[in-house]
Write a protein that binds this ligand. Structure first.
Ligand SMILES: [Cu+2]
Length: 508
């Protein structure tokens, strides 16, 4: 599965060469699309979504859908293309920069881009009502208000998000800021993005989506090839130094229970919304779809030649995928159900170098919310997520493009307590599902949670997605500042969102 050229490339050249920096020249066509004279961007990019081919396996290339980009204005390293990957370029910006992005849709389908985790105006958030048809361009303009952190972007057309992300449309959006820079964290070739996604390929090396139809929609699409940055059997050659590993679970529905294979605890330094106050040690860390963690990974104690794996450990499967039997006529491999153990990536300590950094014991300042900070502390908004009759529901309601119910109206500048519950179990679902709940527009704090995987949750920092296992509840607090308008909240098992487990909330 892992071709020799790729292996040699990774092992020989080290981590830096994983990233092929591509500073594209200025283009006239993209420039012509910018008309707004009031907004003066510091950074201007173009992103194009198009069918493409990537050589993932020997033999036939894999047909994918892919974002490609160009820097029109700003640092040419503001876009970094991952080598031999279907993933979109990594966008790197600084807090307070004004960003203009021209999204050109060259797919044979409508689409729109959502900036996952970013606090942007409703009109710039990539709501499904704003999809554009083939051949058209949507221009985004916003100021980067978020803290430094690992955010991402992906399509959000209603009913087709799962299909489009699975086809390859996703990329990282990394923000830096002054607070983070002072820490002198591992940078450049020591700052490694790792996008985890599972995929199913057929014998002709082509992606297979929802081969069992409604069953796969209910469980969410699960593949049996674990890809890192778009590559199965991913290997990483490191030196005896400390690294910053930025991990995004970019999978449609897979949950990872991440741990080091030798039992060393994980050192977590950041979550969805950036750095924690201080590093947290975990025996394992659970990452639901769309969630991010960043690890401080120090290999300085290892001898050259040492190999190590980042693994996903067994957990009580929410979904009995294996019970459904092998995938008919597909790869021949059994489905890898959620909860099954597997190797995520292999690390080889390849070179000796002297480490000069130590892990900062204070990372950032986070003002922690308490329940009583919320204006509705005594009367939390309650949102209940469950499946019924093959539809995804929130408080019994399915997605309607512009619909907002009374309990989905929020006052601008209010601080709110929301209670999110996975009520599949209560609703008597035969196969209760996890529901990772994502709020658009705002980072929040999880103030209370109980669940089977509890000790693997990293709830100490800012979050935009919270995993709810069957029967689980979480209380979150956030303040709805700056922007009025229509934002989504939904299950980030993409097939569940596509089946209607998504609603609007309106800030007025
Ligand atoms: Cu769900």
């Amino acid at each position: 599965m892992f071709n020799r050229r790729q292996f040699l490339y990774l092992a020989g050249a080290g981590a830096a060469s994983l990233l092929n920096m591509n500073g594209f020249p200025f283009t006239k066509a993209a420039m012509a699309a910018s008309k707004n004279t009031e907004f003066s961007p510091d950074v201007e990019l173009s992103l194009r979504a198009t069918p493409s081919e990537v050589q993932i396996f020997p033999g036939q290339p894999t047909t994918v859908w892919q974002y490609t980009g160009q820097v029109i204005k700003g640092d040419p390293n503001g876009l970094m293309h991952l080598d031999q990957s279907y993933l979109g370029p990594i966008i790197r910006v600084r807090q307070h920069q004004k960003v203009r992005i021209h999204f050109k849709n060259d797919l044979p389908a409508t689409s729109i881009i959502h900036w996952h985790g970013l606090h942007v105006p409703a009109s710039m958030d990539g709501h499904p009502k704003d999809v554009i048809p083939t051949g058209e361009t949507f221009t985004y303009e916003f100021e980067v208000l978020n803290r430094a952190g690992t955010y991402w972007y992906h399509p959000h057309p209603h009913g087709r998000t799962g299909h489009q992300v699975y086809g390859g449309l996703a990329g990282l959006f990394l923000i830096s800021d002054a607070e983070e820079e002072k820490l002198n964290l591992p940078a450049d070739q020591l700052d490694i993005p790792l996008v985890l996604q599972d995929r199913a390929f057929n014998r002709d090396n082509q992606l297979v989506y929802l081969p069992r139809g409604m069953h796969d929609s209910m469980t969410g699409m699960l593949g049996d090839s674990i890809c890192v940055n778009g590559r199965p059997d991913f290997k990483l050659a490191v030196s005896t130094r400390a690294y910053r590993l930025r991990i995004l679970n970019g999978s449609n529905s897979r949950i990872y229970k991440l741990a080091w294979s030798d039992g060393t605890p994980l050192t977590v330094i950041a979550t969805d919304g950036g750095l924690l106050e201080k590093p947290v040690e975990k025996k394992y860390a659970v990452l639901g779809p769309a969630e991010r963690i960043e690890l401080w990974a120090d290999f300085s104690q290892y001898p050259v030649g040492k190999s190590l794996e980042l693994v996903s450990k067994y957990f009580e499967p929410a979904i009995q995928g294996r019970a459904m039997g092998p995938r008919r006529g597909m790869t021949g491999a059994e489905t890898l159900p959620n909860g099954a153990p597997f190797s995520v990536l292999k690390i080889n300590v390849a070179t000796k170098e002297t480490e000069t950094r130590s892990l900062p014991q204070k990372l950032s300042a986070i003002e922690r919310y308490q329940r009583q900070d919320a204006d509705n502390a005594e009367h939390p908004r309650q949102f209940s997520f469950f499946m019924r009759h093959m539809r995804g529901l929130i408080n019994g309601r399915t997605f309607r493009m512009q619909e907002v119910a009374d309990d989905e109206r929020i006052r601008l500048n209010s601080t709110e307590l929301w209670e999110l519950a996975n009520d599949d179990r209560r609703m008597g679902m035969m196969m209760p599902m996890p529901h990772p709940v994502h709020l658009h527009g705002k980072q929040f704090q999880v103030i209370e949670r109980r669940g089977a995987l509890h000790s693997g949750y990293v709830d100490e920092g800012w979050k935009d997605t919270v995993l709810l296992m069957p029967g689980e509840r979480a209380r979150i607090v956030t303040n709805f500042t700056d922007y009025k308008g229509l934002f989504l909240y939904h299950c980030h098992i993409l097939e569940h969102g596509d089946m209607g487990m998504m609603r609007n909330y309106l800030i007025t």
